[in-house]
Design a protein around this ligand. Sequence first.
Ligand code: CAA
Length: 380
Amino acid sequence: MDFHLTKEQQMLRKMYREFAENEVKPLAEEIDEEERFPMETVEKMAKLGMMGIYFPKEYGGAGGDVLSYAMCVEELAKVCGTTAVIVSAHTSLCCAPIFEHGTEEQKQKYLPDLLSGRKIGAFGLTEPGAGTDASGQQTTAVLEGDHYVLNGSKCFITNGNVADTFVVFAMTDKKAGNHGISAFIVERDFPGFSQGKHEKKMGIRGSSTCDLIFEDCIVPKENLLGKEGKGFKIAMQTLDGGRIGIASQALGLAEGAIDEAVKYTKERVQFGRRLSQFQNTQFQLADMACRTQAAQHLVYAAAMAKENHESYSEKAAMAKLFAAETASDVTRRAVQLFGGYGYTREYPVERMMRDAKITEIYEGTSEVQRMVIAKYLGVN
Ligand code: CAA
């Protein structure tokens, strides 16, 4: 696999890295500690085109490509898992389905604000009784004249507290199983829409995660996204893309933890030698680097497959599974190399380890990724 980056991709990567170092890293500890959404960072990212990287300029996007987007999420995650997921959920889970399945009117209406970062997007699929079993939707949508009436609730919605635009899934025909699910574009100020409980989380604590509540929520008929009954397919396709974003987040977390561990073990002296001079340290770091580089290959291969309009569902599942498990393993080993200091909030590896765990859970658990991969092996 050839990952020779174009001049433009190299330039973008440099810009994302500098932005992460200068603007994101200094806030990472504070937003984690205070569980504060970094709106000021989102505003700065918007100005740099980071909220709509791989979408055409005609809709307000930056006109870049999917690999550049993956590298952006990766660079952000090296220093802050929270900021990475804000971009990933907004881009992959809200902008992408509107771009890929929206009518021209819907694209013209919603994309310019989303892609320029003037508005933030979110994705409402998960419900208390429909997590991994995403087809078990209980939220209903009933067509009444020129609008749908939505009733039900969603949970664990990333960007939920701050988003203006939501891609929401609901049952339009309960008897039809997954073929009875439809997708809708919902605006925050539609009557009957409200946000519920805000989650307090182990990691990515600066990102907002909350319930969405629909009580006779009025959604104009023209906000149906795709055709009635095609919502489950739209959700699955959207998650294929989302998994590239989360895989990139996991990759960045692993890389960030390695950077920190290399720096620390070259400074810390025990038994009269720097930790980096002990063979255990070298072997640990070698294993961590090896796994992380393998994850990078899977992530970039999935991003390039999406960019080239090849089938990428299996590649995205492999990338997310491997990168997420790598992030958890590598960040845990980094904490171990730091010893007692690694367990304190004085160093970022503790936060990285907490942030890494969610990459094995959201946008499809590692078990779900294994189910998808097994399906492609023909063993389902
Ligand atoms: N693209 C298009 N269509 C797809 C598809 C894909 N990737 N995957 C499945 N489908 C279609 C199938 O072709 C099938 O179509 P037909 O009924 O017409 O034959 C239909 O969907 C059902 O397929 P399956 O029988 O394989 O589906 P299933 O019900 O067994 O579920 C699953 C499979 C992989 C477990 C799926 O439900 C799944 O991915 N679950 C996890 C959901 C998930 O990731 N949730 C996270 C939500 S977002 C989040 O985390 C919060 C956040 O804000 C970040």
